[in-house]
Design a protein around this ligand. Structure first.
Ligand code: CA
Length: 226
């Protein structure tokens, strides 16, 4: 569950933010001043901090500065009370990821929160194990099995298979395959591609002459179907 820490001293605002964020499915903790906010940023380990600028016991700028000084890279969305350009610029310079100017609509804030979380999320690893017909292929371990038996691929065959899987359902030309799988520094002919495709079909297709997975698209190239 994505965790959000809200640091805000106005009780009504704090309650409203908490309720709306929880409705969106976030796990929320709150702090009512800057010191408490810093402590909770450490103990709660949030995925994002919503940070008011005007706070007792340590203002939002100082909180943000201290977070970054502690090498805490948690994304921060600042709530600036004034529309003064200097507040926004200062917040961003101190390491905030975005800001929303009060008064704001909750819809706008939620959209900003989602956008910042999306932007800062670590990329999800691609699917690592894929099923192709009766073969199970582990794209990271470079292993494939049919029932319990191993199916062996050369490194290049595996790269080609991975390329097909990553472009499932798309028509890819031989030139694209050459550039992406072989790279510009090598100069195989398009005929090489066809030979490799034939070898892949021998290994993954039930009947290589009537392929169900690596289809030839005449005049274009190939299309992989999972
Ligand atoms: Ca305030």
């Amino acid at each position: 569950m994505t965790r959000i820490l809200v640091i805000e001293d106005e009780p009504q605002m704090l309650l409203g933010l908490r309720d709306n964020l929880e409705l969106e499915g976030y796990e929320v903790q709150t702090a009512a001043d800057g010191e408490e906010g810093l402590a909770k940023a450490a103990s709660f380990g949030p995925d994002l901090v919503i940070l008011d600028v005007m706070l007792p016991r340590k203002n939002g700028f100082d909180v943000c500065r201290e977070l970054r000084a502690r090498s805490n890279t948690t994304p921060v969305v600042m709530l600036t009370a004034r529309s003064a350009e200097t507040d926004k610029v200062l917040g961003l310079e101190l390491g905030a990821d975005d800001y929303v100017t009060k008064p704001f609509s909750i819809t706008e804030l939620l959209a900003r929160v989602r956008a910042v979380l999306r932007r800062t999320a670590s990329p999800k690893p691609a699917a690592e194990v894929v099923q192709i017909g009766d073969i199970e292929v582990d794209l990271t371990l470079h292993q494939a099995r049919r029932d319990k038996a191993r199916v062996d691929f050369t490194a290049r065959e595996f790269e080609l298979l991975r390329y097909f899987v990553q472009h499932t359902g798309q028509v890819v030309t031989r030139e694209q395959i050459l550039n992406e799988v072989w790279g510009y520094e090598e100069f195989p002919t398009t005929r090489t591609i066809d030979n490799f495709v034939a070898k892949l079909r021998q290994k993954i297709e039930r009947s290589p002459h009537a392929p169900e997975h690596i289809l030839t698209i005449h005049g274009s190239g190939y299309k992989f179907v999972g």
